[in-house]
Write a protein that binds this ligand. Structure first.
Ligand code: ADP
Ligand code: MG
Length: 399
């Protein structure tokens, strides 16, 4: 696709070149036996391999940079890259891994001095960290202003899949939305309502939509400041499916944690006060499944319930199975949604599984991201390599 972002092939000969790769190696960690952190799941590392291997196989010297967790500009030993470095060197020997980018306050502050230190000694830059592209952080913004730059394979896959969604995928096009908050997703839903034929809404988010239709949601959270936005979307003419039945559990006195096997009841119509709706019910699942399975394209973001608890995982599971069974073009994204489908063993069942939660929502809403705009500037087609004479092309580099 021509979005003016270069691909790996556009970087030219790689033999002997030093390439800085901004990857997403932000793996989940757990305490190891000796107390030092170990990797709980290395999928982010294995997913970065196609780009890294492609470069290494062509004779490039590769340095990988990533953040890990949220050290907030301070050195937090438990978030050091050591375990990631070890794992990556087992998979591709000889690759350098820089220390956690977010140990330095310059990363999140987009400090050019930090960016300049990062690119020192490198000839080329590759961004493969889609999930960070909605943040104007130094490792994403600075390198393409001085180095010929390209998208890695993971980033390219994201751009192609989301471009297909944004440019009007095959119809009927159904958007399935769930998860925690209307506030996080309403802008994206509004943008999608222009091209989608149907919105299917579950999760905690659905409660505010139901409240906007004067349905009782018991002790569930209603986002008062989003009621009007929900009403506007409901009245905009697009077909919107909301839950007909909800699974709820009694509120635990004193706000303590729920028992492992909580009392669960399903309610049609109003959920009574004192009950917390935590999943869509079977009638809703069946209706949602039918809409999803007869769609020509589906975008799904956000779990249908508190899938982390087995008693409230069924709605999300049903929807995951329906999207997997849909013969059309399917894109699934969102941090928690991806965790859910991975836990269910369905990660490989979709057209595209998006790795960037916030980045996906923002790209669909705005059509672009700060990190992508930056990467465009580094396209070797119209930026000149450092030190090379200007050729009358539109240069982006300060002289
Ligand atoms: P994603 O990361 O996929 O975009 P969100 O972060 O928006 O999804 O929401 C995921 C969270 O929403 C999950 O932790 C899930 O437990 C929670 N959730 C879903 N439905 C409900 C509900 N009915 N009540 C409370 N929490 C819910
Ligand atoms: Mg989330």
């Amino acid at each position: 696709m021509d979005d003016d972002i270069a691909d790996l092939e556009d970087l030219g000969p790689l033999e002997g070149k030093s390439v800085l790769v901004r990857a997403d190696l932000n793996v989940p960690l757990r305490p190891g036996e000796s107390g030092t952190p170990e990797i709980a799941d290395d999928f982010r590392i294995t997913e970065s391999l196609p780009t890294i291997r492609w470069l290494v196989d062509r004779g490039a010297r590769v340095t990988v940079a990533s953040h890990l967790g949220r050290p907030k500009g301070r050195i937090v030993p438990e978030l050091a890259m050591a375990p990631v470095r070890r794992r990556l060197s087992e998979l591709v020997p000889g690759v350098q891994v820089l220390e956690n980018l977010r140990f330095d306050p310059g990363e999140e502050a987009n400090d050019p001095a930090f960016g300049a230190r990062l690119v020192e000694g490198h000839d080329l830059y590759v961004n493969d960290a889609f999930g960070t592209c909605h943040r104007a952080h130094a490792s994403v913004m600075y390198p393409p202003t001085v180095l010929p730059s390209a998208a890695g394979r993971l980033l390219r896959a994201e751009l192609d899949a989301l471009d297909a969604i944004m440019s009007g995928p095959p119809r009927p096009f159904t958007v399935v939305a769930g998860g925690a908050k209307v506030k996080d997703k309403i802008g994206t839903l509004r943008a999608l309502a222009a091209s989608a034929d149907r919105l299917v809404i579950g999760g905690a988010m659905a409660l505010t939509f139901l409240a906007a239709q004067s349905r009782g949601v018991g002790s569930g959270t209603v986002e008062a400041d989003q009621l009007e936005a929900c009403r506007v979307l409901l009245g905009s003419g697009i077909a919107v499916d909301l839950p007909s039945d909800l699974l709820a559990t009694p509120v635990v006195a004193g706000g303590g944690s729920r028992p492992a096997a909580p009392e669960v009841r399903s309610f049609f119509d109003d959920v009574p006060e004192g009950w917390l709706p935590l999943d869509i019910g079977p009638d809703t699942s069946t209706r949602f499944r039918q809409e999803i399975e007869r769609s020509a394209s589906v975008l799904w973001n956000g779990p249908m319930g508190v899938f982390e608890e087995p008693a409230f995982a069924e709605g999300t599971r049903e929807i995951a199975l329906a999207v997997a069974a849909c013969p059309g073009f399917t894109v699934v994204g969102g941090g928690d949604t991806v965790s859910a489908v991975r836990a269910m063993g369905l990660a490989g069942s979709f057209g595209h599984l998006s790795t960037g939660g916030g980045a996906m929502l923002e790209l669909v809403q705005n059509g672009d991201l700060p990190g992508l705009a930056a990467l465009r500037q580094g396209n070797p087609r119209h930026s000149r390599p450092p030190g090379a004479p200007a050729e009358g092309a539109v240069g982006t580099q300060a002289v």
